[in-house]
Design a protein around this ligand. Structure first.
Ligand SMILES: [Zn+2]
Length: 665
């Protein structure tokens, strides 16, 4: 009789547990899982749903989600929700995993958990800890998402007092794929090149993904820089989950070069952001001791306090640190396919999955072992933030660009930072803050530290080297005026913003200022409708208003639309892009008159963007996204390698993004 059967027999004899049918595990599956654990045979194994034991193939996002849905049906420990979709319409699924009784009282647990951040009178002696485990935000770093299959199975199916204690004490937010479109793209690449005899020769095409690779999302954004700006749908879903739950630990599972081993934080101590409390790094170090013990047990090499920093709050492992949580970065050496030769011998895909699973379990063990401490750390973080928050406010705005101003306001709102429109025009230090175009952000609010991290100008650094981003003052990134203001006297209410965009009816001509973020989008719609428009090559004045270079003139006369139709069309555009059209009742101006040759006729642009090997995909993707999603201007993407086979005379404009010095990894 083996130990497991012996134990089951013993427990049965003592009448402590009903006898459980033993699951016959495939040896490859058994190798992932902790020894001496029995599993409930009512819970489907990954291979029952996806058709293979994880690690044999790279799981596609579709199959990953199919399995997670099956688990949520079979297990009363798992709830699943879809929080939105990617640009390719893949669901942004989140699993919430806890004991069945916790799941029945989930909303009450969440509400109590959040009180930890608004009151210092909370007793955390019995409250569950909240852990957010996120996988493979870089789609071609897939061991994380593939390990999520094993982790979810283990949490759903393991039996015995150990797992029950874990689930009673923990609410796990399992985000199986932070980048569904990238994961799908990469899985397709490596699976289509896999030989039956897995070939670890790194010259094989399997290990040499074509441009742009699976790292990024649909528009080639690195989503692990978007935790602060939160511009992409994938980011917005996870940021909403973060603020909804305020987890105590957040883990971010990545991969690095093939010759490395396994990294877990803390990173390089001198490159920790000074706004991150010292205690955060101490807790990170102590959580690391759990990882070290787990890796020692499976004989896997690892390292810490090297290579990676903890500085830019727009990364998954650092963002939590300015929100009273502890963010942990994991980096596994990548097999970038099914197996590759490396300095440490042949690195197989299953080995990388096993390491990620091991780190995920040691995280949960640490969460349990340090539960009260981490909850109290979070409480202290917000208590101290309340004490130190200033009574003054930030003011920001651009008096000529309502939509850019609103874009910054939207970022703050996504992070649950409260702000108010200003209720009158005023000037500070020579900067005009205009009603309808400016906001005031009180510093005395719950997320004051996050607000400070977004708005402060930091010019001195302990270390001169960084992993990458070292400065990100958001109003400066938006090229927007901002000031600190001593009182909240000018703070208005939302109704001060709700001056809906205007079209002043005209029988002569309309003027569109070109300062607004969405002016190019509106102009493209005007030209594509066949409406004639001209651009001012010099500034001019009309009535008591001044107009700058680039102002767009739309004459009423001799258009295909009559005056009424034109007004309706512009009203719709005004609503769609939140912009104004001003009336010009006369052609006589101070400066160039409206009939002047200094108003040049515009033609509808036809735009090509160069992409492909040799071009920086981040830069190309940003241009594609801006045109396609924001401006709604069609573009043709032309591969650099094909450029001499295409007639470029078809295009009025060719955009050449930055080139890539080397292959993007
Ligand atoms: Zn990564």
């Amino acid at each position: 009789m083996d130990m497991k059967k012996h134990l089951a027999f013993l427990l049965f004899s003592l009448n402590l547990l009903p006898v459980l049918a033993q699951v016959q595990l495939d040896p490859a599956m058994q190798d992932y899982l902790p020894a001496n654990t029995s599993y409930n045979d009512q819970i489907p194994l990954p291979e029952d749903i996806i058709g293979f034991v994880p690690g044999k193939w790279h799981v596609s996002h579709d199959k990953l989600i199919e399995y997670m849905k099956a688990l949520s049906v079979a297990s009363d420990r798992i709830q699943i929700e879809n929080r939105g979709k990617t640009y390719e319409d893949r669901g942004l699924y989140l699993l919430t995993i806890s004991s069945p009784s916790n799941l029945r009282n989930l909303e009450e647990i969440r509400t109590n958990h959040l009180k930890n951040t608004t009151s210092d009178q909370i007793d955390n002696s019995t409250a569950p800890i909240v852990v957010y485990q996120g996988f493979s935000i870089h789609g071609n770093e897939p061991s994380g998402s593939n390990a999520a299959l094993i982790l979810a199975y283990h949490l759903a199916a393991a039996e015995g007092p150990e797992i029950e204690s874990l689930l009673n004490n923990t609410v796990i937010l399992l985000d199986p794929s932070l980048n569904p479109d990238g994961l799908q793209r990469f899985a397709g690449w490596v699976n289509q090149h896999k030989s039956d005899l897995v070939n670890p020769d790194n010259y094989d095409r399997e290990y040499d993904e074509v441009w742009p690779g699976g790292r990024t999302n649909h528009y080639w954004f690195d989503m692990n820089r978007d935790w602060l700006p939160a511009q992409l749908p994938e980011s917005q879903a996870r940021i909403a989950t973060f603020h909804k739950w305020l987890p105590n630990i957040l883990t971010d599972h990545h991969e690095m070069g093939t010759n490395a081993t396994f990294f877990f934080q803390p990173g390089i101590p001198s490159r920790t952001h000074p706004l991150t409390p010292k205690m955060n790094q101490e807790l990170t170090r102590r959580i690391g001791e759990y990882h070290a013990r787990a890796f020692d047990k499976i004989g896997s090499l690892y390292y810490t306090e090297e290579s990676y920093d903890d500085f830019y709050y727009g990364k998954g492992s650092t963002f939590p640190d300015i929100n009273g949580s502890v963010g942990i970065l994991f980096e596994q050496a990548s097999s970038r396919g099914h197996a590759q030769e490396s300095e440490n011998g042949i690195l197989t895909f299953p080995f990388t999955i096993k390491n990620q699973f091991t780190a995920a379990l040691s995280t949960l063990e640490a969460a349990q072992g340090m539960r009260a401490e981490l909850l109290n750390y979070q409480k202290d973080f917000y208590t101290n933030a309340r004490k130190e928050a200033g009574k003054d406010a930030y003011i920001f705005g651009d008096a000529t660009d309502a939509n850019r101003t609103k874009a910054l306001a939207d970022i703050l709102s996504r992070h649950q930072i409260k702000l108010k429109p200003v209720n009158q025009d005023f000037t500070k230090n020579g900067k005009l803050f205009k009603k309808g175009y400016a906001f005031m952000v009180p510093k005395n609010q719950k997320n004051s530290r996050l607000l400070q991290a977004m708005f402060e100008k930091r010019t001195e650094f302990q270390d001169s080297l960084f992993y990458d981003i070292s400065a990100w003052t958001l109003p400066l990134a938006f090229d927007m005026d901002f000031e600190e203001q001593g009182s909240l006297d000018l703070a208005g209410s939302m109704s001060d913003m709700e001056e809906s965009p205007r079209v002043e009816k005209s029988d002569f001509a309309y003027l569109l200022r070109y300062n607004d973020y969405y002016a190019p989008a509106a102009l493209y719609q005007i030209l594509s409708e066949g409406i004639r428009a001209k651009v001012a090559m010099q500034p001019f004045g009309l009535s008591d208003r001044n107009y700058d270079y680039g102002t767009i003139l739309i004459p009423v006369m001799n258009q295909e639309k009559n005056a009424e139709e034109l007004e309706v069309f512009l009203k719709n555009l005004s609503k769609r892009f939140n912009i104004n059209f001003e009336a010009a009742p006369t052609g006589l101006t101070s400066g160039i008159d409206l009939g002047s040759r200094q108003f040049r006729a515009l033609e509808l642009p036809k735009i090509a963007v160069l992409i492909g090997e040799g071009i920086n995909p981040y830069d190309a993707g940003e241009i594609w996204h801006l045109m396609d999603q924001r401006y709604q201007i069609p573009i043709t993407k032309i591969d650099l390698q094909d450029i001499n086979r295409k007639d470029l005379n078809k295009y009025t404009t060719i955009v050449v993004p930055a080139t890539a010095a080397q292959k993007m990894r």
